[in-house]
Design a binder for this molecule. Structure first.
Ligand SMILES: C[S@@+](CC[C@H](N)C(=O)[O-])C[C@H]1O[C@@H](n2cnc3c(N)ncnc32)[C@H](O)[C@@H]1O
Length: 183
């Protein structure tokens, strides 16, 4: 059943998916503009993390969130030199397709940090990693669309050091954005 939902999900971009991607892209950019002046003095990097990244494009050719984030970063001099991106998906076809789509983006070579693509299940190892690893300022998009694997521990792991998580699920109405400012 989930495979069917997933296959259909990427057939063509629904209005809701487009709105979701645009909200995440815009919110990420505004967040980055607020965080970058401090990050320039400290970590020199900011991160965008998508643990359920998908294949990059819908079958109708429209770009999904990872490509939209990278396109925005390519246009911005600060993001070009500071943004670290981590994209994960459990499905090897999706990570292969995402890699190919990223490689095709105009200007991708101008990013100082090459996007990292990982194929793996979000499971207890991922929870442990994010709970034990200190993160640079990170914007995390958690978009499992009803798949198993999301737990409060992973959410806590990605927000424990810094501040933003965008969470989307088929079982919630719309997108929830929460932020926490480091004390
Ligand atoms: C809704 S799609 C992601 C869409 C993407 N974030 C975007 O905005 O275009 C959900 C993805 O989660 C992946 N997925 C499902 N369960 C997973 C798990 N346990 N760990 C990692 N990825 C998973 C699926 O293969 C699918 O590509």
């Amino acid at each position: 059943m989930l495979m069917m939902v997933q296959t259909k999900f990427f057939d063509e971009r629904s209005d809701q998916s487009e709105v979701k991607a645009r909200i995440v892209q815009k919110y990420f950019y505004v967040w980055a503009k607020v965080i970058i002046p401090t990050a320039k003095q400290t970590t020199k990097k900011v991160a965008y993390i998508d643990l359920y990244a998908g294949p990059g494009r819908y079958k109708d050719g429209s770009a999904s969130t990872p490509l939209m984030i990278l396109e925005r970063a390519i246009e911005d001099p600060d993001l070009r030199s500071m943004l670290v991106t981590l994209f994960n998906d459990a499905d090897k076809n999706h990570t292969n397709s995402l890699q190919a789509e990223i490689d095709r983006l105009k200007g991708i070579e101008s990013l100082k940090y090459k996007p990292q693509i990982n194929c793996g299940e979000v499971d207890s190892d991922a929870e442990k990693y994010f709970n034990e690893t200190r993160l640079i300022p990170s914007f995390s998009f958690v978009d499992p669309f009803g798949y198993k694997g999301l737990s409060l521990k992973i959410v806590n792991g990605v927000i424990k050091d810094w501040d933003v998580i965008a969470y989307s699920s088929s079982t919630t109405t719309g997108l929830m954005l929460a932020s926490r400012i480091r004390q």
